[in-house]
Design a protein around this ligand. Structure first.
Ligand SMILES: NC(=O)c1ccc[n+]([C@@H]2O[C@H](COP(=O)([O-])OP(=O)(O)OC[C@H]3O[C@@H](n4cnc5c(N)ncnc54)[C@H](O)[C@@H]3O)[C@@H](O)[C@H]2O)c1
Length: 393
């Protein structure tokens, strides 16, 4: 008997227009497994350019909308309306755009930081729950096979008790004042009204925080922070050093920077336990290194048959074939597709040990940014990070 294939999920996109950065990565991630079709969008604020882009992407002209409100209203009134809206606009519009879809029961993938203000993030999580919609936040690093392997091993106790964690997302992409030229991404990220004044913490620090939480399975309870502006005349903080207390009693250091000269991407986590230590580095993402007390190192390679079911499930090409950022986005979208398809078809979603980040993770990130700013204002005094009282799971 042949199984009838499940119809593809209909996706819409807000942002990701000509010259935009991350929208194209989302589209590549969605396309890799063929489980989504892009059927609607607002690809930028300029309708002419948006229409051109939409046409290139094969989106029907009547589903290229003038703005997100039009799109949310139009799509929610169609019998074949989108199953999910992907929000890849700069940070200051995340709240309004995401709310427009969630409040009409349309699921959303919203880029990080979920919002600029914690109350707004909390409201989005509530609106999603009230309208039976899925809210996902693409902290894509948690979808690398070897990060899943790290989480499986650390949470399973392989390192013993966790004593200390060092995590950094310290990039050198803006170690020069790019915003003084035409660099579009630098311009909005260094505008406090769009990127937030703790810009680098919202931008890269939230990824590092999620990686820390995902690998250890522990939550931040308090943070002490110092924010700096390393590039002269910059209007936001571009470097942040933080000490984070974790629920398990251990401490972590978290460094977020966009001014770490010469670092291409700079994302790395090291977990030190009572029995062993583990390291994953985004510059070598298909390998995980585990060291014992004597410094003897075991290198685990993606695709090895000795890895967990989670890592195996997310490995596409196999041992010796490098995978990276695009495959991680595809993994995020594959896990999400399982949840969205089950939701659409009224079935139970698969229960997994580890899966995609949700609005709750987005909220924890936004709360963290607020606590960092607060701590910095109090000369580095520890500030409680997360208040999840009353937040839907
Ligand atoms: N997950 C990741 O790894 C990752 C990486 C890069 C960026 N991001 C996040 O993605 C978001 C976008 O970042 P980017 O670097 O791609 O920005 P970008 O400036 O390159 O692109 C933003 C796009 O949104 C469009 N836009 C702006 N306002 C809009 C609106 N109201 N309606 C429709 N379109 C609108 C712009 O025209 C542009 O096409 C940010 O929130 C950023 O933090 C995430």
């Amino acid at each position: 008997m042949t199984e009838t294939p499940s119809p593809r999920l209909r996706a819409g996109m807000v942002g990701g227009g000509e010259g935009a950065d991350i929208g194209k990565t989302h589209r590549a991630g969605m396309n890799l497994d063929g489980r989504y079709e892009l059927t609607a969008g607002v690809f930028g604020r300029d309708h002419t350019a948006s229409s051109r882009m939409g046409a290139d992407l094969g989106v029907p002209a009547d589903r290229i909308y003038r703005d997100h409100e039009d799109m949310a209203a139009g799509e929610s009134s169609r019998p074949d309306g989108i199953d999910v809206a992907v929000v890849v606009t700069p940070n200051d519009s995340h709240f309004d755009v995401t709310r427009a879809f969630l409040s009409r029961g349309i699921s959303v993938v919203c880029e990080k930081p979920l919002t600029l203000h914690a109350d707004d993030a909390r409201e989005l999580v509530r609106i999603a729950a009230d309208n039976d919609a899925i809210l996902a936040v693409p902290h894509c690093y948690s979808a690398y096979a070897m990060v899943r392997e790290a989480a499986h091993r650390v949470r399973g106790g392989e390192l013993g008790d966790i004593r200390f964690v060092s995590v950094e997302h310290a990039s050198g992409w803006a170690a020069r004042p790019l915003e003084q030229g035409e660099h579009r991404q630098a311009r909005w990220r260094t505008d406090p009204d769009i990127g937030g004044s703790a810009s680098v913490v919202a931008d890269l620090g939230t990824h590092a925080l999620h990686l820390l939480r995902f690998v250890t399975g522990q939550e931040p309870t308090a943070v002490s922070a110092q924010l700096d502006t390393l590039v002269p005349d910059r209007a936001v903080f571009d470097n942040a050093t933080m000490r984070v207390a974790l629920t398990g009693g251990a401490q972590a250091s978290l460094w977020a920077s966009m001014a770490a000269t010469g670092n291409p991407h700079g994302l790395r986590i090291r977990v030190f336990g009572s029995r062993a230590a583990l390291e994953w580095d985004h510059h070598d993402p298909t390998r995980l290194r585990i060291r014992d007390h004597d410094g003897v190192e075991t290198v685990l390679n993606q695709g090895s048959p000795r890895l967990s079911i989670e890592a195996g499930r997310l490995t596409r090409a196999g041992l010796g074939h490098p995978e990276g950022f695009l495959e991680a986005f595809a993994n995020f979208y594959a896990d999400l597709a399982d949840a969205l398809t089950a939701h659409r078809d009224g079935l139970d979603a698969p229960v997994r040990e580890l899966s995609f980040p949700t609005g709750r993770d987005g909220l924890i990130g936004v709360e963290f940014v607020a606590a960092v700013l607060d701590s910095h204002d109090r000369a580095g005094a520890p500030v409680a990070t997360t208040n999840l009282t009353g937040v839907p799971a």
